[in-house]
Design a protein. Sequence first.
Lengths: 245, 335
Amino acid sequence: MTAPLLLETRGVWQRFGGLVANSDVSISVGRGEIVGLIGPNGAGKSTLFNLIAGVYAATQGSIIFDGEDVTKLPAAERCQRGIGRTFQVVKSFETMTVIDNVIVGALVRSTVMRDARRRAHEVLEFCGLSARANVLASDLIPSEKRRLEVARALATEPKLLLLDEVLTGLTPIEAQTGVELVRKVRATGVTVLMVEHVMEIVMPLVDRAIVLDLGKVLVEGKPTEVVRDPKVITAYLGDRHAQGA
Amino acid sequence: MDSAFTERRRRDLIVAIALAAIAAVVPLFVKNVYVQNVMVLTLMWGALSQSWNILSGYCGQISLGHALYFGIGAYTTVLLFTKFGVLPWFGMLGGGVISAAIAMALGYPCFRLRGHYFVIATIVIAEIGLLLFHNWDWAGAAMGIEVPVRGDSWLKFQFPRSKLPYFYFALALACVAWFVTWWLENSKWGFWWRAVKDNPDAAESLGVVVFNSKMGAAAVSAFLVAVGGSFYAQFVSYIDPESVMGFQFSLLMALPAVLGGIGTLWGPLLGAVILIPLTELTRSYVGGSGRGVDLIVYGGLIIAISLARPQGLIGLFAFKRPVRSPALERKEAVQ
């Protein structure tokens, strides 16, 4: 990894009562990378995501973003600093139209309504949702809702985009469109950290994969290497990949 | 680019100006004092409900304790006038500022509560306010205070001989509350409030400081309601705790908005125009012997509305809402 660091977690711990969701997790993401965060259910991926996005404050350890310690900052402040996120379970503003959903995001960068609205339209165009701009968010189909999540986050003009299973549960064609969107996002200079389950789709997409298991970093490296790693195969990927190796 | 959007906002503004102009000439033809009285109350409740709608409709923080701010507005004005000779106009402003400050002070702990817990907290706090005023001797305690009326005066804002000045003030108040809502609807605050109402977690992730948004909504809402309370005190020229801070006032602010369409620009005024005359009529025609008939009418209306038009009467007009799907209608009907 030669690119300068954008995000770094240093020995991050998160405990919920007696449950240790993340223990001593240290990962780093370079500028312009697409990094995949994978691991079996309960590995602590979502917890780590929420720690980076600021939903929880880490029990221990620190999170450095863009050269500054953001460990104690609330989520809204982190968004202002340039961390955008989507939610695994989509959280659209259901009673608002698609364009209004995106305007909420755009208002972080400009509180002049005219500018925010223009920016929101550009982002919708970018995400291929322009045709649905004036529809209520509650009327979107699931794959469109996922794209709305991405559009809303992009409207905040993030330096780092956290994608939480945006490709899961989509049809192959929808997922392929999603992959292209992620590539397009990166091409605009946004760094992407994504949690994903669908290995076939995510592995060709990411530059680097980090595997979490039982709250710890198990392996990290190039996707092709990670897939061959015996530890990963045992923990997560299963027999099919073991034979492939 | 967004011609449909700007078009709608311009049309809203034109309709509002036209309606205000029509309302302004009505008293020139309607000389009946009773009817004028009902019109004043309708406009006042419309304005109050519109103000309530800012916090509870747009921002989604349902308050059933707004009587507190109404009462504080009324008491501030009357106390300042009777004890210190301060003109009601300053009292009105002072009451608004005090109410906004109290709303924020109360919001500090209460906005950590969600949903029903928040609603209960607002009811309880307003009841505490009511009890305090009941026992506050300097403020007249349960006996209340009378505004000394000396004759028609704009300076002292009292008009024992005519309803018209009150009517025009109430009309102005309704216009201000409407315009503030209209303006806020297309501002950072309006968008933040709706986002907070729909999904606070998502809002926070998009840079919305949820807590501050709620505080802002509470302050604006409380200020306008207090101005309404201050007006009411001048209008009736006698106040006691029950007659300006009772629980029914909190309900009366919520009902027109709920009936007309909560969280919509026109809902509260529409609701007030239907509800208030209806209440006054039932009260004067059937209320005398069987007390509470007006409340039965209320209840019946609310039930009918929630069955037929859960999003409020405004849903009957194609005014504001974007295209609605049958799926959404079904979902709302279920809720």
